[in-house]
Design a binder for this molecule. Structure first.
Ligand SMILES: C[S@@+](CC[C@H](N)C(=O)[O-])C[C@H]1O[C@@H](n2cnc3c(N)ncnc32)[C@H](O)[C@@H]1O
Length: 273
């Protein structure tokens, strides 16, 4: 398993987070803009346990003519997706964005939601996505791990959460590797993403920000997700990291008096030139 894939342990799955209404909202926002009856071959790249695949199916008017291909490198996430979605038009394939064009071609749309920040070589992956698409096909992606995600006045909350979690680990005799490189923490700006799209053969993407409120329960759930733990506390075992983030969150909420924390999602749609 690569460092950026979702791991196999149920406790650290992304699934709990996907059940929060705002998560559906940020994904539906973009799915509604790119999925329409004329677009029949759709790739859900980095589909994970299938939350976005479900939204795509909901949105397709007449699913009989459509084909939806979910691709993810995580076998455990795919088995959850297969268990949750029973549709003749959906196929799930184990694979990675880095070689997506070997798995599918001539697509009308590629959606890559909540995953692009995890990709270490973004120019290579964007060129690969371009190869998957027909000319004039659409590429949609979103992320909340970008330079601009923190709403004014909240950066201190997110920083304090990690500082408090590191403090909890120290109290428990564990050190955090500050040098470890965290792929889940590569924050690009909207402009940088736009430039990468143009370099890979897309039009400059239409860019929007969707602002949501993270509830205390959503913060707890994201703090239990393997890729978030690896990003916030590089090198720390998931069990210890998850527990420290939970206690660190409790202290941060106590100290700041904030429990609902607003956050921006970056939503981008580009066309294959
Ligand atoms: C946070 S989850 C998002 C899942 C789904 N797209 C959603 O929005 O609900 C990120 C997913 O990206 C997948 N992923 C990580 N690196 C990837 C890569 N290089 N290519 C494709 N998927 C990748 C992970 O395995 C994980 O399932």
């Amino acid at each position: 398993m690569a460092a950026h894939e979702e791991g196999g342990d149920e406790r650290f799955s992304f699934e709990a987070f996907t059940r929060h209404p705002f998560f559906t909202e940020v994904n539906r926002w973009i799915v509604e803009r790119v999925i329409c009856p004329g677009r029949r071959k759709i790739v859900d790249l980095g589909c994970g346990p299938g939350a976005v695949t479900k939204l795509i199916l909901e949105r397709l008017d007449d699913a009989r003519n459509a084909k939806v291909i979910g691709i993810d490198p995580s076998a455990s996430a795919l088995s959850k997706a297969r268990a949750a979605i029973h549709s003749k038009v959906v196929e799930f394939i184990e694979g990675s964005a880095e070689w997506a064009s070997r798995l599918v071609s001539s697509a009308d749309a590629v959606v890559f939601l909540n995953a692009i920040h995890l990709v270490p070589d973004k120019p290579q992956v964007l060129a690969e996505i371009r190869k998957v698409l027909k000319q004039d096909g659409v590429f949609a992606f979103n992320t909340t791990f970008f330079n601009g995600a923190y709403v004014d006045g909240t950066a201190g909350f997110w920083r304090r959460w990690v500082v408090r979690a590191v403090q909890v680990l120290r109290e428990r005799g564990l050190e955090v590797q500050h040098k470890a490189h965290a792929v889940a923490r590569q924050f690009l700006s909207a402009e940088e993403y736009g430039e990468l799209c143009v370099q890979a053969g897309f039009t400059r993407p239409a860019v929007d920000l969707v602002r949501i409120e993270m509830t205390p329960e959503a913060l707890e759930d994201i703090g239990r997700f393997s890729l978030f733990i690896e990003g916030a506390l590089p090198g720390v075992p998931l069990e210890e990291g998850s527990s420290a983030l939970n206690e660190g969150l409790r202290r941060t909420i106590d100290e700041t008096g904030m429990d609902h924390v607003p956050r921006n999602w970056l939503e981008c749609v580009a066309t294959a030139a």
